[in-house]
Write a new protein. Structure first.
Length: 721
């Protein structure tokens, strides 16, 4: 643990926004944006912000719902920016209010989805019964049930589509609104006119319900990212005991100043970063480093916020407080890494920019042409057929059905993908970076070697060491005692802890010492001052680690190991596992930086870890994978959690993700191919030569068939392993 003091070298945290300078220099501001649902929305908000006089740069992150703006304070302010965003059809707030807004938005989505599902179910049952369920007024019943689904539950789609039309833009909202609106309007007219004309209320209602479900799941994933940041921040205690005017006082942590003398008692969590002035103890720094062994602290040693004191007591000088602590810097790094992640590429959103206007133009052209060369009835039927067959049902199902099946199968195999974006990222990974402690190893030390001196046996050295360590709370001592569980261990007396050096006691009247050196896992066992043997205590390799690494490499993936542990232990573990690329003594910020360097070479990087110290790297990576046995923070920050905690599941995750990505591409191809072929037929392009016309009924059947094909293709993922 000799590298630990280097934690104070973490990169600088971005400064807090400053008051507007009067000279017009550029300043930064963050705004929380609400109402965004696709990449087109993010582009619209960016364009609105960049159109404000005085704004130099504007970047909108769809994943985090944040807008980062640099602007001239003498030319504009955040109020004008907020006004521009609202005029574009979106909500805006300061970041401090974002959490409350996200919760409210999530509740609204959930409420609308549940209501839409309840109302759509009977509409779908009536439509799919093919006449088996028929009663007087069935069409009117479907009409009444569909109205609230579209115009209350789905009101956001129509509002956004209308605002997009006013701004001359189109996105997935436009597709949904156009398709469902056309199906509903035609069906409503058919219902009012009566007769035997078919209706398509179920298409409109079910599409709205499915899209609402997808957006509700996205909102839940965003809240998990916010929870990770909150849990990291909550590691620091709320108060600190400091010496003020010669007296000890408990004050809120926000009031601790540099230079304050802080008092730490046994078992307390350290509130800020500093250096020990007097006293001695051991400190559990696993919250920051992920390493299980406590670190000895004496005068001059560095201590860090959120770490836990052992059985000793000491006083230290506060040197870094607030946003300057190591913990705060880790929080900032996680925030920056999460904020910089691109959202999942939605091909449907990209295509929507030209697809929707094209469909509307084709439908209008069809109406005009048939009005001129045919009958009014033909013109109306072809016009409606084009709009119905272009309804994005298969397009909307192409990605979510594959994701639903793949994530369900993953859960059966002990893997939790937190979003469709995580599944897509896993399918593109080329390099896997593995943390050592708790990931490749068990995370707890064990005896790996005993070297007795001449005249002594390994069993005798172990028995004497265990007799002394029986009274110790140190993990190394517990490992020795556990290793000697099957032996007859003698009684010891006069147990004493030698701070920074080890422990000692008397066994059968003779002085037995177990001594340690900082950063060295080899313990010397002395009898009356003479070394009688050495015991090496190290973290033990997981049983499944070697075959798991071999499987990753066999799958064409590059494998590397990053660890905060010492180089000797790191090389031993890497050698056992066949890992050639090893970086030891790596600090939390260095792990994230190393991942970034790999990404800069074009690699798609997955980071596998289990500790808080892995959080920045998990967030920085294209895909973060947390062991199920790891910390809550690692699981919250990651994109994938291995529920069973087994490393052997990592290779399975990549295989499943690649299969899902392949299925999604196939689904999107067939969805678009269906539209490319179906729209001309619906428009009557074959009629002059074949006399073939595609009625709205057949258009609806074709639309349903394309959806069945997409769903059936996705269900093939159920057999993946």
């Amino acid at each position: 643990m000799g590298n630990t003091p280097g934690l104070v070298q973490l990169g600088a945290v971005p400064p807090k926004p400053k008051p507007f300078p009067p000279d017009g220099t550029l300043v930064s501001a963050d705004l929380a944006i609400t109402g965004m649902t696709c990449a087109g929305c993010a582009h619209n908000v960016e364009r609105a912000l960049r159109g404000v006089p005085g704004v130099a740069e504007a970047h909108v992150n769809l994943a985090t719902r944040r807008a980062s703006v640099r602007y001239s304070a003498s030319a504009t302010d955040t109020a004008r920016m907020a006004e521009a965003v609202r005029a574009a059809g979106y909500g805006v707030a300061m970041p401090k209010d974002a959490a409350a807004l996200e919760r409210a938005e999530a509740r609204t989505l959930a409420r609308k989805f549940v209501l839409a599902a309840i109302l759509s179910a009977p509409v779908l049952v009536i439509a799919m019964s093919h006449g088996l369920i028929h009663f007087q007024g069935a069409h009117w019943a479907q009409f009444i049930l569909t109205v609230p689904v579209l115009f209350y539950c789905g009101s956001g789609f129509f509002t956004s589509a209308w605002k997009g039309l006013l701004r001359h833009t189109a996105d997935m909202n436009t597709l949904v609104a156009t398709g469902t609106g056309a199906a509903f309007l035609y069906s409503a007219v058919a219902t009012i006119l009566g007769g035997s004309l078919p209706v398509y209320f179920e298409s409109a209602a079910v599409i709205i319900t499915l899209v609402l479900m997808g957006r509700m799941l996205e909102a839940r994933a965003r809240r998990r990212a916010s929870d990770a940041i909150r849990k990291l921040s909550d590691l620091a205690p709320r108060a600190a005991n400091v010496i003020r005017e010669g007296r000890e006082a408990s004050i809120p942590i926000e009031q601790v100043r540099r230079g304050d003398v802080v008092v730490i008692r046994p078992g307390e969590r350290i509130p800020v970063d500093g250096a020990v002035l007097e006293g001695a103890s051991t400190v559990d720094e696993s919250a920051l480093t992920g390493e299980s062994a406590p670190v000895e602290k004496t005068a001059g040693a560095a201590v860090y916020a959120a770490t836990i004191n052992g059985t000793g007591a000491f006083r230290f000088e506060a040197r870094k407080v607030g946003i300057d602590t190591v913990l705060a810097q880790i929080v900032a790094m996680v925030e920056r890494a999460q904020g910089s992640k691109a959202p999942i590429a939605r091909l449907a959103d990209v295509v929507a920019a030209w697809f929707t206007p094209a469909v509307i133009l084709v439908a209008l052209a069809t109406l005009v042409v048939w009005w001129l060369v045919g009958t009014g009835e033909q013109a109306l039927l072809h016009f409606v057929s084009v709009l119905i067959i272009a309804c994005p049902c298969a397009l909307g199902l192409a990605t979510p059905t594959a994701i639903v099946v793949a994530t369900g199968r993953a859960a059966q195999l002990g893997m939790l993908f937190k979003s469709g974006a995580a599944l897509e990222s896993a399918g593109r990974v080329t390099t896997v970076v593995l943390d050592k402690t708790g990931t490749l190893t068990s995370g707890t030390p064990g005896v790996v070697d005993i070297q007795p001196e001449k005249g002594y046996s390994a069993e005798e050295v172990l028995r004497l060491a265990a007799a002394v360590e029986r009274f110790s709370e140190h993990p190394y001592g517990k490992a020795i005692v556990a290793h000697a569980a099957s032996l007859s261990v003698p009684e010891a007396s006069g147990f004493e802890v030698m701070i920074g050096k080890g422990v000692r006691a008397r066994v059968d009247g003779r002085l037995v010492e177990v001594r340690s050196a900082s950063g060295d896992p080899t313990l010397a066992v002395l009898l009356d001052g003479a070394v009688i043997g050495r015991i090496r205590v190290e973290d033990t390799v997981r049983a499944e680690a070697r075959p798991a690494v071999a499987e990753l490499r066999a799958g064409g993936l590059d494998v590397a190991m990053l660890t905060g542990d010492n180089p000797v232990t790191a090389r031993r573990v890497a050698g056992e596992l066949g890992i050639e690329r090893v970086l030891a003594g790596v600090l939390p910020n260095e792990k994230a930086a190393e991942v970034a360097r790999l990404q800069a070479t074009g690699a798609k990087v997955a980071m596998v870890g289990d500790g808080i110290n892995d959080a920045p790297a998990l967030a920085q990576a294209d895909l973060g994978i947390a062991m199920g046995t790891g910390t809550d923070i690692a699981r919250e920050t990651s994109d994938v959690t291995l529920l069973s905690g087994g490393l052997d599941r990592v290779a399975s995750a990549f295989r499943l993700a690649r299969a899902a990505l392949r299925i999604i591409r196939q689904n999107l191809f067939w969805a678009f191919f269906y539209n490319v072929v179906g729209i001309p037929v619906a428009a009557g392009a074959l009629y002059p030569w074949t006399g073939l016309e595609l009625s709205p009924m057949l258009a609806s059947a074709a639309m349903a068939l394309s959806s069945v094909c997409v769903v059936g293709n996705s269900l093939r993922l159920r057999s993946s392993h």
